[in-house]
Design a protein around this ligand. Sequence first.
Ligand code: C2E
Ligand code: CA
Ligand code: CA
Length: 561
Amino acid sequence: MGKSELLKLLVVDEVAENRTAIKKIFQNDYQIIEAENEQRAAEIINVDKIDVVLADLKFITHLKENRNISAIPLIAMADASDPEAGAAAIDSGAFEFITRPYNRIVVNYRVHNVMKHYEDARSVKIIREEQINELHKYIEIDSLTGLINRETFYKRAAALMQSNPDTKYYIIYLDISCFKAINDLFHIETGNLILRTAANYFRTAIPSQSGLCSRIEADHFVICIPQEKVNIERLIIGLDSTMQALGIGHNILFYAGIYPVNNPALPVDQMCDRANMALRKVKGNYMNRYSYYDAGMRELMLQDQMIVRDMETALQEDQFAIFLQPVYNIKNDTIVSAEALVRWFHPVNGMISPGKFIPVFERNGFIVKVDRFVWEEVCKFIKKQRDETGEVIPISVNVSRLNFYNLDLLEFLLGLLEKYELEPWMLKLEITESAYMDNSHQLMSIIRVFREEGFPVLMDDFGSGYSSLNMLKNLPVDVLKVDMAFVRELEESERAYMILKFIMNLARDLGMDVIVEGVETKKQLDYLANLGADKIQGYYFSKPLPVPDFKKLVEDSKNPA
Ligand code: C2E
Ligand code: CA
Ligand code: CA
């Protein structure tokens, strides 16, 4: 591809060295344009068509004021040493945030993600040509729905709330799940019809004397309304039945995030951000269709910040450790393997659960380092165990999907085996089911290579998501790992039984092993035994244990009292 056809990346940073670092990462993928300050950046944005902007944090707020930038993904950059930077970046309206010194993989991944997000939004085809958009900004109305547009909403909502200081308002952010799929599946006119119908519904439901409603982009609507004038539950139920009446034959579900305005002086776009933050909590959840922004979300954000601030130190100062949870063969009551699960012993906050920090690490890329640390600890353990007892218990490790962006993944694993004189069958790789959907083509070939090298591959959390059973036929893994929790959730035991039975049969036909995890009671165990399951992991046998305790368990199991 010639330089001229490349997408344009604008990097705004006063430090030439920082610009060069970015340039090095992206020079093959983007045409890089540099600006040393916000004035220069504005000049460039106003005349050139820029596809993505990476700007030092201090320029973000200013850049955001430029109307020409509203459709361009904006990524903030700051030093990793600044603990407030993450929050500041989000507050200032950047879409993403990366830290210096740049980690090539993380930076690449983030930019890739941002571009993908924007591309998705763009391919929601109802977004009109840029020029038409520009025009409508001036005439205040969204031509598709007749609702006011974003800028107008910001202006009028601020005025409305200021002129009624004694009234308590909600900002409600609404979004349709899977709108892109609907647009792909049906004709674009169907998408438009849905948006127009929703707009009509809002117009009727929101009295125009007291409230406001806007389509702020694509399939996103916002409402500003006095709290006493709206019943959220009813608003959504009404919306559902209106959508159903369209007879499209596809579930069109709206999700809502609500910010109860307690500080009317906050800029309205930030109120919308908060409502959107609340929305993210429920999006895709069938049972719960709306949620309120609360201080807890801020708490969570602060907790996440603590995690980000302390993670590097934690790794350097050995605050991470592995626990091992045994997998039993119930046919002969022996320990056949174990899963390594990471634990973080924080000097101030005590033990932090992986449920809290793993998702953060998966977002910022640090999981790659933690996973590698865990794998190495596991290799050390296997070697030591073999040296001491002459026996090997294979251990499975979790391989977060971010690892697959690293070209040296296989090399790293093979390096570990060599260093600790181990063989691949000793280290089993757990890859979560949802990863298979993500990037299936690339992932499938990597998995094939792993298996050719001799690493057993486990599909973790099988049954949790959209596992396409057909996919399994093309990509045999060695083991399906089924979580009892998924089964437990199905109240009717009849259905649960059928599903499990189906999985067991399928696995047998495809020559795969099955491990059921999360088994807590004798009743569950018997039930599973009846179905022919034999490999079990769960609290019923043992919680994840510190390494010395695990060793003892293995010893004791060999010499029963
Ligand atoms: P997972 O891979 O599905 O791990 C199984 C989780 O189930 C573990 O939670 C384990 O403690 C828990 N568990 C085991 N038996 C039972 C049971 O009988 N009942 C119940 N209710 N739970 C049971 P844990 O250790 O909190 O880990 C949570 C998740 O964090 C893991 O889910 C995994 O996705 C992730 N994780 C943990 N360690 C690592 C790691 O080193 N790397 C990566 N990438 N992810 C990790
Ligand atoms: Ca696992
Ligand atoms: Ca699992």
